[in-house]
Write a protein that binds this ligand. Sequence first.
Ligand code: SF4
Length: 382
Amino acid sequence: MKYLKSITDSFGKIHKFKLVKGAGIYIHIPFCIKKCHYCDFCSVLYDHTLLDLYVDTLIKEIDYRRDETCLIDSIYFGGGTPSLLDDYQISKVLETVNNAFTINKNCEITLEANPASYDLNRAKRLIKSCINRISIGIQSLNDDELKILGRIHDKKKAVESIEIAKDAGFKNISVDLIYGVSNQDLLSWSKTLKEIISLNPQHISTYELTFNENTLISRDNRLQKASEEVIEKIYLYTVQFLTKSGFIHYEISNYSREGFHSVHNMNYWTRGKYIGFGVSAHSFDGFKRSANTSDINDYIALINDNKTATKDMEYIDEEKAKEEQIFLGLRTINGINKELLKGKDGIINRLYRGGLIEFFDDRIRLTSKGLILSNEIILQVL
Ligand code: SF4
């Protein structure tokens, strides 16, 4: 891995960021015990037989798309609930990846886990299988909010899952949280954040709840999205609280202790190459983006018929690549090179006077206030 030149944050502190020179691998495990009320990810209900068949198919796809010359800096098991894989399945998938690609010896290997899906012995075995980063879907430490979200765990289980991961020996623990749950106020969110900090994870992702079409939460008339005002307060509080607690706000929704940013996700935001395996997984080779079919039966049939599972493909021309650099870069602490916004002095001056952007070196990035309005700002500058 190479190091990006140090970045000075808005407080004048200097941070170093590992950036990959190889590619990332994403492996989608689309099985869950129960569908969460807000979920619009590609997931189906857990079925033992179907999972076995799916893993066999996944192994076939990885082997079929092998490229021993490709260096891999991160592997990410996402879902779904990848912690539903048994030890043998995780080892088998990793062994196949290892045989098919060149794995960097410092490769970051993340597994997303549901708090209700592992105990101490299992967590220890995950480490033995070479998983060196665990990303736990905590979402909230408030039982009422967890019920609204339709999660299968409660606060007690959530806290235990972080303690278990630490006791097992995980040195890189990430926690996912969701804000903007109906009736949530700043007080309940701040309680969750404070308790999470006391458990000392190395990485925290905070996502605003979205009411996507066809989700249970969007069909329930009793539930409403928290107001824009509450969302803004929560966002600004989170930035302030977590940065004061020693976390680096390195991406719009992500915070890490020094050196613990997600290598895998940084690769997405810096337009690095990635290879996605499994149903609905996406890939990018530097020139084109492609996506596998999002129908699990279709995926299994295509791969076992020795056909490609790719359903969508888009070639990225120069103009599109520049747009991607802008909207992905503006999400991060590294911002973008000023050159990318050449000829947009009027907009830039207005955003600067409004306290929405700041300049550093020869670059531009969004301030915390700007990040709240990132979608609108990006539309203005594109
Ligand atoms: S655990 Fe994740 S993928 Fe599974 S249903 Fe819940 S939100 Fe969706």
